[in-house]
Write a protein that binds this ligand. Structure first.
Ligand code: SF4
Ligand code: MG
Length: 319
């Protein structure tokens, strides 16, 4: 087991109240596996990612649970040890919008080299050489080490960001909406790049996205998040072919495809709930067309409906 998250709770202590952005989340990830985490914006996906690399911004705090990475309890590790041993080297992250946060006054080679020099005792010259290799690995001309971010297209900048995330060959990369700002053609190229690198480097990826079609393309496993909780998790094959949770079904039906263009796209009425005072019982109940008597009273338990395929919905639970 590469990563095991159990009962994770990450709350934000705001002046308006406690935002339970991640509220009792758990899952397991094997070495080399790709997990897609899907859900609407504000469901806690990014907070989950920030929790795993321990960069939850204030006023957020991890208040409960356990994260075990390669056998170590990383929430118990002193920050210094985590920074040296785990962050970037063990778990790296492609932050949402990172391609627009590259430093405009340094060449991309310098920026990649900096990561390498910080974590490995390389000379500047060696680090730049390695940066060129990394650029080649992500499909860029190695001479681009001398380019400045403004000289690159969006897709090229995203390749640079990916090169930085892979610089130390971490076994786990978390990619938060890695293609969101890009046009469709470039999106596909970046997804193909991630797929190729995942296979070549045998790394695990946690892909965070609101776009179910990206998950269908690359993920072995899928977790569906709603209002701070995982409501369904299972292999991609099972979740896409046998979606159980009404919310998962709506998300899958919202994927535009040739077949469905004839059909009306399913629309999920309502908005994601306020995470300061989430609805009681099943948090999806105000928007669910199957809502029935227990849903607004008691939280549905997570049940295994078929091997390895779990759902938290009263339609599948015994009461
Ligand atoms: Fe809908 Fe009830 Fe299932 Fe929630 S528990 S998704 S409200 S049927
Ligand atoms: Mg996000």
């Amino acid at each position: 087991m590469l990563l095991e998250v159990e009962g994770l709770k990450t709350y934000f202590y705001t002046s308006k109240g406690i935002v339970k952005a991640v509220d009792n989340v758990g899952f397991k990830l094997n070495k080399g596996e790709v997990l897609g985490v899907a859900g609407e914006s504000g469901c806690g996906k990014s907070t989950l990612a920030y929790s795993i690399i321990r960069l939850v911004p204030p006023p957020g705090r991890i208040v409960g649970g356990r994260i075990s990475f390669m056998g170590s309890d990383i929430l118990k590790m002193p920050e210094e040890e985590f920074r040296v041993k785990v962050r970037w080297k063990g778990i790296s992250m492609i932050f949402q919008g990172a391609m627009n946060a590259l430093n405009p006054v340094y060449t991309v080679g310098d920026q990649i080299a900096e990561v390498l020099m910080l974590h490995r005792s390389l000379t500047k010259r060696e680090a730049l050489q390695e940066a060129a290799e990394l650029l080649k690995m992500v499909g860029l001309d190695p001479r681009r080490v001398r380019s400045y971010p403004h000289e690159l297209s969006g897709g090229m900048k995203q390749r640079v960001v990916i090169a930085m995330a892979l610089a130390l060959r971490p076994p786990l990369v978390i990619a938060d909406e890695p293609t969101t700002a890009l046009d469709v053609v470039v999106q596909a190229q970046i997804m193909n790049l991630l797929k190729r690198l995942q296979r070549e480097l045998k790394m695990s990826i946690i892909l965070i996205t609101h776009d179910m079609s990206l998950i269908a393309e690359i993920a072995d496993k899928v977790a569906i998040m709603y209002a701070g909780k995982i409501v369904e998790i299972g292999s991609s094959d099972r979740v896409f072919n046998n979606p159980l949770h009404p919310y998962t079904r709506a998300l899958i039906n919202s994927i535009p495809s040739l077949r469905k263009e004839l059909k009306k796209l399913e629309f999920i009425p309502g908005v994601p709930p306020d995470l300061i005072q989430p609805p009681p019982g099943c948090r999806f109940h105000p928007r669910c067309k199957y809502v029935f008597e227990p849903c607004s009273k008691e939280e549905p338990p997570m049940v295994e409906v078929e091997p390895g395929h779990y759902v938290a919905c009263w339609l599948y639970a015994k009461r």
